[in-house]
Design a protein around this ligand. Structure first.
Ligand code: SF4
Ligand code: SF4
Length: 168
């Protein structure tokens, strides 16, 4: 598969933001049984269309949030102390979350591969959060809405979920 054109997805996300935001609000309040099954179907459609190795936009434009456990694990891998690792690569954001100092991520390697894949931060491993907790919870937290223009897979996931649930 060739590199995908992230800008095409971004334009579509901007154009459809309002109706998709309204749909996600309905998902957040929905009592529909079987929503996890519907989300699994939408997730499959998203990954059928978008391959992360042809994109890597999250690693290029966003930063993971690190837990202390993440930092200890990755620092150990590089034979650094927690503080050495923090000072070299990380900072606190305005919410006091620990994030990368800069983008693209320092661990993004050739061919869009993560060079610390097996020990990457939990936040990276869970992204774009299709399977974490309940899709309703992520809709309420605006996870998908916030990532709509950044993550092509999220856009396709939300579009497909709307077709599956509402038939449009
Ligand atoms: S998770 Fe989303 S933004 Fe990240 S590489 Fe995959 S499709 Fe691209
Ligand atoms: S640690 Fe790996 S997966 Fe996470 S942002 Fe950096 S390159 Fe991407």
């Amino acid at each position: 598969m060739a590199e995908i054109k992230v800008s095409t997805y971004q334009r579509r996300a901007t154009r459809k933001k309002k109706p998709l935001a309204a749909f996600l609000r309905r998902v957040g309040k929905s009592k529909t049984k079987g929503i996890l099954k519907q989300a699994a179907e939408a997730e499959k459609a998203a990954w059928d269309e978008v391959a992360c190795l042809n994109c890597a936009n999250c690693c290029k434009k966003m930063t993971p949030t690190y837990t202390k456990k993440d930092i200890n694990r990755i620092a150990k891998h590089f034979k650094m102390t927690y503080q050495e690792y923090f000072d070299k690569w990380l900072k606190f954001d305005t919410n006091k979350d620990i994030i990368n100092k800069s983008t693209p991520c320092q661990f993004l390697g050739k061919s869009n591969k993560c060079t610390i894949y097996s020990i990457r931060p939990d936040d990276c491993a869970g992204f774009p959060h299709f399977a974490r907790k309940d899709v309703r919870y992520q809709a309420q937290e605006k996870t998908y809405l916030n990532n709509l223009a950044l993550c092509p897979a999220t856009l396709v996931f939300v579009e497909k979920l709307q077709v599956i649930i509402e038939g449009k």
